[in-house]
Design a protein around this ligand. Structure first.
Ligand code: DAR
Length: 363
């Protein structure tokens, strides 16, 4: 496709898919001003949004420096998604200190003392390209580096566990039965090669090479290797104490940070991620809650999504992105903001949002 054919294709997408932020913010004169090499790099970054017009963001960074090199294209998209005005300086801050703030769901209602909660961060090692631009050898080298770090991590009694690889021939390789069991138990990520967005972006290339998961002995601390980012580090808990959940993640993240090369960061966007929707704190904190009254017993999430949006929350089905509500109106609730908010602000928003939705449910 010639540059002018590409421009015409994106013009069409802008008309047919107004929610596609890549098409919305694509600047034709900026694109024409680039030299051939830069045009090719930018085409790879926005390829997913071109081949998938129904995309929300429509772009994945290929290298950490893409966010600076292609800021005229990417920054307006990032601001639009994260709700940050053009004139506001972006300077991501990090704060894991609760300052004595208690966020225990049981304090809202004793019926909320045992909910499924998960918090995860995305991190990318600065010495490799981002997943969309990695070679098969680089994916396996990154996994090997992570596995070496896990060998040290497992010496810590608080994080002892083992690494499960799905790379053929890996010394830690598990068989298909074990892999399927771990996916069904919502621990391991599913086969990415069927995801149309990740396929076009190159993020699912060379599947399953360079992929795996570290799991702690008590299975409440996991690290995905080679999913949408180099590492997805997560803590899980059946309970209600968000403070303990975030503390578990913070401690595990800090142990891992000391065992690996520096993570990729940006002076304004904070932790660099493949998808611009995950920039900033890079935290996705969520909890599952049964809201039968607000979801017509799981049949209709439309009203709940609208109410949740007003609270700065996103609603998903219990099965993850693009899934329906579970039995009894079981839904996944998560704060939408990730850029321009700290880790503690995200924890507070989840707690306050859950309290507000529970009050509506039980009114
Ligand atoms: N499908 C892509 C990504 C949206 C955000 N979800 C992620 N990163 N898992 C899109 O641009 O719509």
């Amino acid at each position: 496709m010639t540059p002018e054919q590409l421009i015409a294709r994106i013009r069409t997408i802008r008309g047919t898919s107004p929610g596609n932020l890549m098409a919305r913010h694509f600047d034709e004169d900026y694109f024409r001003s680039l030299d051939d090499q830069s045009r090719q790099r930018l085409r790879r970054i926005i390829a997913s949004g071109i081949e998938n017009p129904d995309s929300q963001m429509g772009a994945y960074a290929m290298n950490p420096e893409d966010y600076d090199r292609f800021a005229p294209m990417l920054d307006p998209m990032i601001r639009d998604f994260h709700g940050i005005p053009a004139q506001t300086a972006i300077a991501q801050k990090h704060d894991w200190d609760t300052g004595g703030m208690s966020c225990d769901l049981a304090a809202i209602d004793s019926r909320l003392k045992d909910v499924s909660m998960r918090v995860r961060v995305a991190r990318n090692v600065s010495t490799f390209p981002l997943p969309g631009a990695m070679s098969k050898e680089q994916r396996v080298d990154l996994e090997r580096l992570a596995a070496q770090a896990f060998t040290r991590l497992r010496e810590d009694p608080a994080f002892g566990g083992h690494y499960l690889s799905i790379t053929p021939g890996s010394p830690d390789e598990i068989d298909a039965t074990e892999y399927d069991r771990r996916v069904k138990s919502h621990q391991m990520f599913k086969d990415m090669s069927g995801d149309p967005y990740l396929n076009v972006a190159g993020i699912s290339a060379d599947w399953p090479y360079g992929r795996g998961m570290y799991v702690s002995r008590d299975e409440d601390f996991l690290v995905w290797v080679g999913e949408e980012d180099h590492l997805r580090i997560m803590a899980m808990q059946h309970g209600g104490n968000l403070n303990a959940l975030f503390e578990r993640l913070r401690n595990g993240l800090e142990r891992l940070r000391d065992l690996l090369p520096a993570f990729a960061t940006s002076p304004c966007y904070g932790n660099v991620t493949s998808c611009p929707t995950n920039l900033g704190a890079g935290v996705r904190a969520s909890l599952h809650m049964r809201l039968p009254a607000l979801t017509e017993n799981g049949r209709d999430l439309t009203g709940l999504k609208h109410q949740a949006k007003a609270l700065g929350l996103a609603i998903r089905g219990a099965g993850g992105e693009h899934s329906d509500a579970g039995e009894g109106g079981l839904v996944d609730i998560s704060p939408s903001a990730r850029l321009g908010v700290t880790e503690m602000e995200i924890m507070r928003r989840l707690y306050d949002g859950a309290a507000a939705l529970w009050a509506m449910e039980t009114a």
